[in-house]
Design a protein around this ligand. Structure first.
Ligand code: IDP
Ligand code: MG
Length: 136
């Protein structure tokens, strides 16, 4: 298996619930290393271009509005199979469908406030990492 890097964002609800540490611990306990991390307050332009792929989706406006509603914690996770491993730790997009023990099942309130973002492919991970950490 290859060592990969993936982008994680703890969304405004995760930061507001004071569970940054608990979420990062899950990554570390699963063998993922936090190789970069930063607290940020996104603005509409940054959140809008990050989620550009969803521009035509009906939820795009709400998603961008949600992502700028409070601070987020952006990090880069590194380890074997990091992209898929992070997606497994996160659980399904809709917390009602997320498997027990996943981050979204345990912390998320709704499909909007679903606590975490994670890159969905190695290709997108590379783009998303460069988007936030131009030096990596
Ligand atoms: P993902 O975060 O699990 O990769 P995506 O399909 O990439 O899910 O969607 C990005 C984000 O947009 C989701 O995390 C969620 O917050 C929001 N979202 C996705 N689908 C819906 C929907 O049907 N209604 C409202 N928000 C949605
Ligand atoms: Mg996605």
């Amino acid at each position: 298996m290859a060592i990969e890097r993936t982008l994680s964002i703890i969304k405004p609800d995760g930061v507001a619930k004071n569970v940054i540490g608990k979420i990062l611990t899950r990554f570390e306990d699963a063998g993922l290393k936090i190789v970069a991390g930063r607290m940020m307050k996104l603005d509409e332009s940054l959140a809008g271009s990050f989620y550009e792929v969803h521009k035509e989706r009906p939820f795009y406006k709400d998603l961008v509005a949600y992502m700028v509603s409070g601070p987020v914690f952006v990090s880069v996770l590194e380890g074997e199979n990091a992209v898929l491993k992070n997606r497994e730790l996160m659980g399904a997009t809709d917390p009602k469908e997320a498997a027990p023990g996943t981050i979204r099942a345990d912390f998320a309130d709704s499909i909007d406030a679903n606590t975490v973002h994670g890159s969905d492919s190695l290709e997108n991970a590379k783009k998303e990492i460069t988007f936030f950490f131009s030096d990596l």
